[in-house]
Unconditional design. Structure first.
Length: 165
């Protein structure tokens, strides 16, 4: 994740991070209250101060991201062009299709298909349109893919060619 520059996030991603920050601050407050009440700080064998340090570290990370965050609303995107928040279906060489949602680096979840606009695949896709072919350097080397659909709208040219028109 970049350190001093703005961070683009989807509106949903911005909300999720903001909610996580509020939850963690509440947990930290409860943690502090339990320390002052003399209640047990952690389960047997736990490290309450390590837990508090991890909690404080995550709070600081979230605050740092949210201070620089610029939520990108769907209305801000160019229709049919890949950008932050776009759902993109691509066909990799070998006919494997995958669908990704392009998100900010703080919202990445590869198992959920959320990839960063800063990743090699994200960088190759941003600004492109349905029907375009792009090359991207992956861990396995150079790969080629075709953008099949952006935001769930299949490419009109592809539909025309499939119809024979």
């Amino acid at each position: 994740m970049n350190n001093g520059e703005t961070v683009q996030l989807t509106v949903d991603g911005w909300r999720r991070l903001h909610e996580e920050l509020l939850t963690l601050k509440e947990r930290r407050g409860a943690f502090g209250a339990s320390m002052s009440d003399g209640a047990p700080l952690a389960d047997a064998g736990g490290d309450p101060y390590g837990d508090l340090a991890r909690l404080n570290h995550r709070i600081a990370e979230l605050q740092h991201v949210l201070l620089r965050a610029v939520p990108v609303d769907e209305a801000d995107r160019v229709p049919g062009t890949v950008g932050v928040g776009s759902r993109v279906t691509v066909r990799w060489e070998g006919d494997d299709e995958e669908t990704y949602t392009i998100v900010g680096s703080a919202e990445v979840a590869p198992r959920l298909g959320r990839i960063s606009y800063e990743s090699p695949v994200g960088q190759a896709l941003v600004g492109r349109r349905s029907g375009e072919h792009v090359a991207v350097m992956t861990a396995d080397g150079l790969a080629r893919l075709e953008i099949v659909a952006v935001d769930g709208c299949a490419d009109a040219a592809r539909r025309r060619s499939d119809d024979g028109s």
